[in-house]
Design a protein around this ligand. Structure first.
Ligand code: C2O
Ligand code: CU
Length: 490
């Protein structure tokens, strides 16, 4: 997105507003879905448990539409899109065999994990075609939902778009002690939010676009899920290219945020809307106990009327920077209420876990990073440097508590992710930090014109050779160089 493009978008907007005739995709995925009866059953990825995990990435295909040709995709372990959900226990030592059956090099990154840099699966831990990479580490993170995905520099956009990725659920004793829904696929539902643009032959458009035209949840187009008449837990990941989701329910019901990227909150936070940026996860409790069996309620993205700079708020409906879903409120998931289960959770917990704080005043080191360039045809950069494999942008001493400030006096919103750590957001120049994002985070939405500071302790793993990454989690921005690397040294 550069200035020239913005002018073009504005011109297109004028054109579209004057003469738009909604096409089929807008009608079915856009604002007029209430009469839509042709839902597909939401796919729930299978789980893998234990302490040794084998993952094989290969080409496959998936029938997204009811007629016509299947779409060529990538999946792990024979999944038609995406991969199995790995269930890990905090404290376990786990090992992986990741085999690359593609014709291209890949990597697998364990997003959100606190692990040694050489196990991290960033751009340096390449897996050549036909090779197997076998990292192992101890699970130190709190119970929450994390994810794995390719992270090869300049290949992340394509491999993610083709479907490579998967969820990881970590369990721990503190979470297990709470009365929370936790039957995977029944009252504890993973939701991977994304979208794709299709060519006329149903292949994915893998030219670099910012947005897809069709909303997908767990790879399901027009998804519907039956959920029991009780409190249900929704674990959401924004696995988009750029689009942020302003999520809410069609009847504006209050729902409760119980967890952020890296663990549970102190207590449930009631909301009616929440913004989820790319790479972020959130855990929600929604009460369906007052809904009649057989009724439906839609989870929607209220993305219409966003200020410019909100990714997916642009009004262009086509082109590299537009989408049929942009600037629309669109249905993400249709929920159909079913009978309660035998062991239903029917009350909201008043408190969850006791989180330690990490305040700006505890910082021993300050880092400031500016979003630069991205205009006049240049690619977005951190501090005017586009990523390369050899430049170490920052060196952090082991056990440093770092206040890391991201300054976005630039033209568009981004989503920032730092490897190795879970941090606390300590300031947002746009206003107060929402109560629902006061937990442990590894990714955050950085608005256009905003400065955000986070505080993290870089402990346990020092390595003077292998760096960790920090980057915009829009894979197109990351591939184009909006990424840097840091060493944690003894
Ligand atoms: Cu989800 Cu650096 O990645
Ligand atoms: Cu970005």
């Amino acid at each position: 997105m550069n200035k020239l493009m913005i002018v073009l978008i504005m011109l297109c907007t004028v054109f579209l507003c004057c003469c738009s005739k909604k096409n089929d995709a807008t009608t079915t995925t856009g604002t007029t879905t209430s009469g839509d009866t042709s839902y597909n059953t939401l796919y729930i990825p299978p789980v893998l448990t234990g302490t040794t995990f084998n993952l094989n990435l290969s080409k496959t295909s998936k029938q997204f539409f009811t007629s016509g040709t299947a779409t060529n995709t990538y999946g792990y372990n024979g999944e038609q899109f995406w991969g199995p959900t790995l269930i890990l226990n905090k404290g376990d030592h786990v090992s992986f065999n990741v085999t690359n059956n593609l014709a291209d090099t890949t990597t697998v990154h364990w997003h959100g994990f606190h692990i040694p840099a050489k196990m991290d699966g960033g751009p340096h831990q390449k897996i050549a075609p036909g090779e197997t990479w076998s990292p192992n580490f101890t699970v130190m993170n709190n119970a929450s939902m994390y994810w794995y995905h390719p992270h090869l520099h300049e290949a992340t956009y394509k491999q993610l778009t083709m479907g490579a990725g998967g969820l990881i659920i970590i369990k721990d004793a503190a979470e297990a002690a709470l009365k929370l829904p936790r039957t995977y696929g029944t009252d504890d539902i993973p939701l991977v939010l994304t979208s794709r643009r299709f060519n006329t032959d149903h292949s994915f458009d893998t030219t670099v676009n910012d947005y897809g035209d069709y909303s997908l949840v767990n790879g399901t187009l027009y998804p519907q899920v039956s959920l029991p008449k009780q409190y249900v837990r929704l674990r959401m990941l924004n696995a988009e290219i750029e689009r942020a989701y302003n999520l809410g329910f069609a009847d504006n019901r209050t729902f409760y945020v119980i967890g952020n990227d890296g663990g549970l909150l102190d207590a449930p936070v009631p909301v009616t809307r929440l913004v989820l940026g790319v790479g972020e996860r959130v855990e929600l409790l929604v009460n369906l106990g007052n809904d009649a069996v057989g009724t439906t309620v839609a989870l929607k993205a209220y993305n219409a009327n966003q200020a410019f700079g909100f990714p997916g708020g642009e009004s262009a409906q086509s082109g590299a920077l537009g989408s049929l879903l942009n600037a629309h409120d669109f249905k993400v998931l249709n929920i159909k209420v079913a009978a309660a289960t035998a062991s239903a959770v029917t009350t909201l917990p008043t408190s969850l876990v006791t989180n330690t704080t990490l305040a700006a005043s505890e910082a021993t080191t300050n880092i400031s990073t500016a979003i630069t360039a991205g205009q006049g045809g240049s690619e977005f950069a951190f501090d005017d440097n586009n990523y390369n494999y050899v430049t170490i942008n920052h060196t952090i001493t082991l056990n440093a508590v770092v206040k890391w400030t991201f300054v976005n006096s630039n033209i568009f919103g981004h989503s920032i992710h730092i490897h190795d750590v879970q941090f606390k957001i300590v300031s947002r120049s746009s206003g107060a930090i929402a109560a629902y994002e006061k937990g442990w985070k590894d990714s955050f939405y950085l608005q256009r014109g905003e400065t955000v500071s986070v505080v993290a302790k870089f402990e346990d793993f020092a390595d003077s050779v292998n760096p960790y990454m920090y980057h915009c989690h829009f894979p197109n921005h990351e591939d184009a160089g909006l990424m840097g690397q840091f060493l944690v040294t003894p």
